[in-house]
Design a binder for this molecule. Structure first.
Ligand code: MN
Length: 228
C-alpha cells in the first residue's frame, strides 16, 4: 500500500508496570454521570438518558505533560473522570458481560472549553468545538483490570487545592451500565477508551496551574498548563 503522505502514528497510552502500550482507536465520553455535577450544571439527573460524545484518538496526552492552554477559549475547565479501556469488542453488550470487555482502567481529564459548550447548548449545536480539541484528553497509565471497579475515591487538585472529590460509586450509570448503553449505539472495538463522566466541582484552569488527580488504586495523572 502506498499513501500520498506518511500516515499518522497510532495514538497510545502507557500501561502500568509494562513497556507495552495501549493503542487508542476511539475516545467516547459520557456527559452528566454524577448527580451532584448534573445539578451544578442545572439539569435534573433522573430525567435524561446518558449523553455520549467523542474526542479524536490523538487528543490523548501523557501524564507529566505540559499542556498548552487551548485556543479559542477563555474558560478552559477540568473534569476528572474514570476511564475504561476496552480490550474486547462487541455490540449490544449485556451489563453482566461488561467486565469481560474491559482491559483496564485509568484516570483521565475531559478538558472542556466551557464557554464554547455554553454557546452550543444554547442553540442545540454539537459539542465538538467544546470537547474534541487537541490535547483535550490527558490520561494516566492504564492499570489492567482486576476485580470490578464499583467504589473508589476520585479527586482532582489544582496547585495543591482539592477541587473535585467524590467516589465512582456516585455515578448515575455504573461501569456495566455505561458499557451496555454505549454498545447499543456503537460496536465497541479493542482500543476504545470511555471517559465515564465527572463529579461536581469542575472549574477553570489558568496558565501555570499544576493539576494532580487520581482514582484510588489506579496510577495518578498530573499535568501543567502552559502558554500556547
Ligand atoms: Mn466530562
Amino acid at each position: 500500500m502506498t499513501y500520498v503522505f506518511s500516515p499518522p502514528a497510532i495514538a497510545s497510552v502507557a500501561v502500568a508496570g509494562s513497556d507495552a502500550r495501549f493503542p487508542v482507536r476511539r475516545i467516547f465520553c459520557v456527559g452528566r454521570n454524577y448527580v451532584d455535577h448534573v445539578r451544578e450544571m442545572g439539569n435534573d439527573p433522573k430525567s435524561e438518558p446518558p449523553i455520549f460524545f467523542t474526542k479524536p484518538a490523538d487528543a490523548v496526552v501523557e501524564s507529566g505533560a505540559a499542556i498548552a492552554y487551548a485556543a479559542n477559549t477563555s474558560n478552559l475547565h477540568f473534569e476528572v473522570e474514570l476511564v475504561l479501556a476496552i480490550g474486547k469488542g462487541g455490540a449490544d453488550i449485556a451489563e453482566a458481560d461488561a467486565a469481560s470487555h474491559i482491559w483496564g482502567y485509568a484516570v483521565g481529564v475531559d478538558l472542556t472549553r466551557r464557554d464554547r459548550q455554553a454557546e452550543a447548548k444554547k442553540v442545540g449545536a454539537p459539542w465538538d468545538v467544546a470537547k474534541a480539541f487537541d490535547q483535550s484528553a490527558p490520561i494516566g497509565a492504564i492499570a489492567p483490570a482486576g476485580a470490578a471497579l464499583t467504589k473508589a475515591r476520585i479527586h482532582l487538585d489544582v496547585n495543591g487545592v482539592t477541587k473535585q472529590d467524590s467516589d465512582i460509586a456516585e455515578m448515575i450509570w455504573s461501569v456495566p451500565e455505561v458499557v451496555a448503553h454505549l454498545s447499543r449505539s456503537w460496536a465497541l472495538q479493542p482500543g476504545d477508551l470511555v471517559f465515564t463522566g465527572t463529579p461536581s466541582g469542575v472549574g477553570p484552569l489558568a496558565i501555570g496551574d499544576q493539576v494532580q488527580c487520581a482514582v484510588e488504586g489506579l496510577p495518578p495523572l498530573s499535568f501543567s498548563i502552559v502558554a500556547r
